[in-house]
Design a binder for this molecule. Structure first.
Ligand SMILES: [Zn+2]
Length: 459
């Protein structure tokens, strides 16, 4: 599934005009019009929702039933850490102007909701405070949205999964059986939209309800750290899947720590069919002289649909984002690319390996790229003998200048290969990771994703 996802993203990045178009991940097999559609990121500053959708899209396998996931609906707002770069997208489902920058996104998601396969829609949000039926205090009261299961009305007659209130209660019960703190308790919030909630009438879920589709919103509280918000969102989504008869396997443990790791580990972006790949765990803010091809559109695939790369509007650098986080700036150096080679032999601690470009190798003590006719090796940050070709040289961690690592821990370095038979065209890159090095800087990679920012506008 990961492979299929990679292919989908690769195709998307080739066909789409923008690296900020939303992604649709289809899992399982549609049958009998029983697909659950999960949507994250309708508002860009709600990471609990869009990270949960991204994890369901990439780290779950669906073994029965059909699940569609849009994890990054309002992607431009996500990378800008903004509720909406063109206003609130969740108020554009009655009318959206053709000139509105959100027009294409709103129109596309509407038709997805109306797709005959879709029978249940869950829209994920991070809301302020904690919803309670009665006022407890400033943060726990009926005007708050956090940690609630939202419905527009009690039921929808003659509609599959139309017993909205019953379903939302079942979901809240499942979450409440797994609370990390009694204060986090979930409640069902009925916005009674049709009775005249002018704002909610324009929302995505009410658009679905009006069109006779069962729809729910699930809110995690903005007062919780991101990974806990995601933990609660996943508890909700798993129950919605069970209700829709979807069977699945999850590839991590559903605990706060398991979710934290699933969000932060194994994040990468790879370019041009894996010719180059950057691991993005605790990445350095900027790396220079990154070999990019002349006259070629940038194609990439990434470990998750929230990771993308955008060229600066002014200037020549590229910015890599993972959701709300700006991970890295790439300063390019342009080369002709050669496609003749896709791997090279490397002696790693005394063992010769065939190392594929785009891969990462772990080194205990040293490595030594086996010399090959026509191939020139450049270990970024290694001070060699100035021949310009560093193949055949035994290289240890101490021989490389730490500032050239791609990560803040000083563990991972780039090894670039050039083809001298073709005027020094760029052939590929791999990474070496000195796995024994202890991190000297903070390696937690827990950059805040809009934590604890109070939301003024509801839902
Ligand atoms: Zn929201």
């Amino acid at each position: 599934m990961l492979r299929l996802f990679k292919i989908l993203v690769a195709i998307a990045s080739m066909l789409n005009a923008s690296p900020l178009d939303f992604t649709l991940i289809k899992k399982g097999t549609p049958e009998k019009a029983n697909t659950l559609l999960v949507i994250g990121g309708i508002q860009g500053d709600e990471p609990g929702g869009f990270l949960a959708a991204s994890l369901v899209g990439t780290k779950y396998t669906v073994t029965k039933g059909s699940l569609w996931v849009v994890p990054n609906l309002n992607f431009p707002s996500i990378v800008q850490q903004s509720r909406g770069t063109a206003g609130d997208m969740n108020r554009k489902f009655v009318h959206v102007d053709k000139k509105d920058p959100d027009y294409k996104t709103v129109t596309s998601i509407k038709s997805l909701i109306l797709d005959k396969e879709v029978s249940m829609v869950v829209n994920l949000h991070d809301g302020s405070g904690f919803y309670r039926e009665k006022v407890v205090d400033k943060y726990f009261n009926p005007k708050r949205w956090g940690n609630s299961c939202i419905i527009d009305q009690v039921k929808l007659d003659q509609v599959k999964y139309g017993n909205l209130e019953q379903i939302a209660k079942r979901v809240a019960d499942n979450i409440n059986a797994n609370l990390q703190d009694e204060k986090h308790r979930y409640h069902v919030k009925n916005t009674k939209t049709a009775e005249g909630d002018q704002e909610m009438l324009k929302s995505l879920t009410y658009f679905a309800v009006k069109n006779k589709k069962a729809a729910f919103a699930n809110e995690s509280s903005k007062m919780l750290p991101t990974h806990l918000r995601v933990y609660y969102q996943l508890l909700a989504l798993e129950e919605y899947m069970r209700i829709a008869g979807i069977e699945f396997e999850r590839h991590f443990e559903l605990t706060p720590e398991g979710v934290h790791n699933a969000i932060n580990k194994d994040v990468y972006i790879a370019f041009f069919g894996d010719k180059l790949r950057l691991d993005l765990e605790n990445p350095r803010k900027k790396i220079g002289y990154f070999p990019m091809p002349k006259d070629k559109n940038l194609t990439f695939n990434a470990s998750n649909p929230l990771t993308t790369i955008i060229k600066e509007k002014k200037g020549s650098n590229y910015d890599i984002y993972y959701g709300n986080r700006h991970l890295m700036k790439l300063h390019p150096q342009y080369f002709e690319y050669s496609n003749k080679y896709d791997s090279i032999s490397v002696n790693v601690d005394g063992k010769v390996l065939d190392v594929k470009f785009g891969s990462s190798i772990k080194v205990d003590e040293y490595f030594n790229v086996v010399p090959e006719k026509d191939l020139r090796v450049n270990v970024i940050g290694y001070v060699g003998d100035k021949s310009g070709n560093e193949s055949g040289q035994k290289i240890e961690k101490k021989d490389i200048i730490r500032n050239y690592s791609i990560d803040k821990n000083g563990k991972k370095y780039r090894v670039e290969i050039y083809d001298t038979s073709e005027e020094d065209k760029f052939a590929g890159m791999f990474l070496v990771e000195f796995s024994k090095i202890q991190p000297e800087e903070d390696s937690s990679f827990s950059v805040a994703m809009g934590e604890d920012k109070e939301e003024k506008i509801p839902n």
